[in-house]
Design a protein around this ligand. Structure first.
Ligand code: FCB
Length: 426
């Protein structure tokens, strides 16, 4: 008799209380952040005008069944000049967070997501040791007013990406290649995180969990036998994925993981180089970032520790929404696999709730579950948002969705009936 094929028609169930949401950051969505350093560099202009439209956006997230939301506050709005805090802007954030809580959302609040007030940037930004103190003063002023409405604190977003884009690739404000700048910024960001961690725990003993959102990459050598390539993998893994955790050891109540990248190294002579994906057959997003769901499993198992893990960002830039459908299913399947392997993953935040300003790349990359028309500020729910809703409603991946993996069928057509039902709230 041939071996029996294994059929599993059940939903791939996630743990009860799993958090499902999407993430944004203030500068990328709010609009008119005139006192931020990015304004003089590449302005987001009106962006998605979420400053005024937040109720609409949060309601959409709620309609889509999200039970959690990650967002950030804009330092430059609250403290446009050194030591001068704007109470109206603080009040604005209080209202926003209150509104989210009224929708019964679990709130993850990021305190710093890449942008600086112009005055801080002029004084040297994160290279300047005094910025630790400036940031601490800002946090101490604002947090007591917001704390009631926050469930999880994220002190910093992706220190590694900030340093890479600023000091190595020279794509972001400051625009300079500087090894010293890298070192100083790394150490200052690490100190800032540690101080804020201590402050938050001391001042709010009820203890909302505190962490960072760290960009974690999956590295691989192209030739398995190549010691050089493997050395490149180890070194990069250490520097990009582990160094910041090492510098801030003992000050993470959870790991916030942002996953986007899979990097393969190959050797040219003696120098390991990143494989150029365009010469390969791999599937890539509109930004050329490889679609590699297995990498998420790899980073999750690699970082697995005693503390809970939240995937604080994971998403795809694509104008072809069918690819986002498959992306969501495939990546979440890897999260499921990791949980089954014993990794303590407690939540997933898709990047992003709405299309937004993708830093130096502007508005072309479309990451949103919700499409934004930047002329009218109209929002349009993409079908993939409903695939995500389907998953959330099942608190897992229904087996019927798995069949879309590897297909190029237009989910909008195939899944239409089901999604209409979801929209009608059945
Ligand atoms: C991450 C950033 C986020 C967004 C996504 C695409 O590195 O945290 O702001 O730009 O990439």
């Amino acid at each position: 008799m041939p071996p029996q094929e294994k059929h599993d028609h059940d939903t791939l169930k996630f743990p009860p209380d799993f958090l499902w949401g999407a993430a944004t950051s203030a500068y990328q969505v709010e609009g008119n952040n005139l006192n931020a350093d990015w304004e003089d560099f590449k302005s987001a202009g009106k962006a998605c005008d979420e400053y005024h439209l937040y109720e609409k956006d949060f309601c959409l997230a709620k309609q889509l069944n999200h039970n959690a939301h990650r967002l950030s506050i804009e330092w430059s709005r609250i403290e446009p000049e050194q030591g001068k805090f704007d109470p109206e802007e603080i009040e604005h954030y209080v209202k926003m967070l209150k509104y989210l809580k009224s929708l019964k959302m679990t709130v993850f609040l990021t305190l710093w997501h890449f942008t600086l007030p112009k005055w801080v940037a002029k004084l040297g930004g994160w290279e300047n040791r005094a910025t630790i103190k400036y940031f601490e003063e800002f946090v101490k002023r604002v947090v007591p007013e917001l704390a009631e409405y926050v469930d999880f604190w994220i002190t910093l977003n992706e220190p590694g990406v900030y340093i890479y884009e600023t000091y190595i690739r020279k794509e972001w404000p400051q625009l300079k290649k500087s090894f010293l700048g890298q070192i100083k910024t790394t150490l200052n960001l690490a100190s800032a995180h540690k101080r804020i961690y201590k402050f938050l725990h001391q001042s709010f003993p009820a203890g909302k969990p505190i962490g960072i959102a760290n960009n974690v990459l999956s590295f691989e050598s192209y030739h398995k036998h190549s010691i050089l390539e493997q050395a490149a993998v180890s070194l990069n893994d250490l520097a990009a994925n582990h160094l910041f955790y090492f510098l801030t050891k003992g000050t993470h109540d959870f790991l916030g993981i942002n996953y986007y990248f899979h990097v393969r190294f190959t050797t040219h002579g003696l120098v390991p180089k990143q494989v150029n994906l365009l010469q390969q057959t791999h599937d890539v997003s509109d930004l050329g970032w490889e679609i590699y769901p297995e990498g998420l499993f790899e980073v999750l198992t690699d970082l697995s520790d005693d503390i809970p893990i939240y995937i604080t960002e994971c998403g795809i830039a694509s104008t072809n929404d069918d690819r986002r459908n498959r992306f969501l299913i495939a990546y979440l399947q890897e999260v499921f696999r990791a949980i089954r392997a014993g990794v303590n993953v407690r939540g997933f935040f898709y990047w992003s709730l709405i299309d937004n300003f993708e830093w130096h790349r502007g508005f072309d990359p479309r990451f949103g579950l919700i499409e934004v028309d930047y002329t009218t500020q109209e929002r349009k729910i993409r079908p993939s948002a409903l695939v995500y809703t389907d998953i959330i409603q099942h608190n897992g991946i229904p087996h019927s969705l798995l069949r879309f993996l590897g297909h190029t069928v237009d989910a909008e057509e195939v899944l239409e009936k089901r999604y209409k039902e979801i929209i009608k709230g059945k």
